[in-house]
Design a binder for this molecule. Structure first.
Ligand code: APR
Length: 170
């Protein structure tokens, strides 16, 4: 498993799958969800409608449509309620279930945003540790490359500190 840290807009990445920090309706929203739907075009929402939503921590795949990525893997992260409502476990489930879906669909490269760290207010450092730990403990052959797509300098430095011996790419 090759882990890469990049500071970029996830909608620009030419990878097999990008992960969308969605909500349980899967009918779009703001943040990275909004950016992905804008870049993918209206077909993405049409592809999400029949999925019937998605539970927190679970993951569902659609085509990427106008995105450079082949697929979008939608996963609703947990809303932060202070850390005593199983948020860590649910966030870990997001990463593990997205990796499972990616492997099942033969994805060799997957890019994650920092799930739940925006509107859902999960503390960034704790979320990054959960993300890196879940990916590092993934032992299946696919995906071969996982990119942590950081949207801010602060996020980029958090991930760089956690992954100092992995490839750091801007
Ligand atoms: N590329 C990469 N990362 C991005 C992008 C982008 N284009 N846009 C935002 N981000 C980052 C944010 O900076 C944040 O670190 O994605 C992370 C997740 O933030 P949100 O998008 O707010 O997602 P989340 O905290 O999981 O909240 C999900 O917000 O947008 C709604 O429909 C969504 O209801 C759901 C909720």
């Amino acid at each position: 498993m090759n882990i890469q840290i990049r500071q970029c807009d996830i909608t620009t990445l030419q990878v097999d799958a990008i992960v969308n920090a969605a909500n349980c309706s899967l009918l779009g929203g703001g943040g990275v969800d909004g950016a992905i739907h804008r870049a993918a075009g209206p077909e993405l929402l049409e592809a999400c409608r029949p999925l019937g939503g998605c539970r927190t921590g679970e993951a569902k795949l659609t085509p990427g449509f106008r995105l450079p990525a082949r697929y979008v893997i939608h996963t609703p992260g947990p809303i932060w309620h202070g850390g005593t409502a199983g948020e860590a476990e649910l966030l870990r489930n997001c990463y593990v279930n997205c990796l499972k879906v990616a492997a099942n669909f033969g994805c060799r490269s997957v890019a994650f945003p920092a799930i739940s760290t925006g509107a859902y207010r999960f503390p960034e450092e704790a979320a990054a540790r959960i993300a890196v730990d879940a990916v590092r403990n993934w032992s299946e052959p696919l995906p071969e490359v996982v990119i942590f797509c950081c949207f801010s300098e602060r996020q980029f430095s958090i991930y760089k500190k956690l992954c100092k011996d992995e490839i750091i790419r801007n």
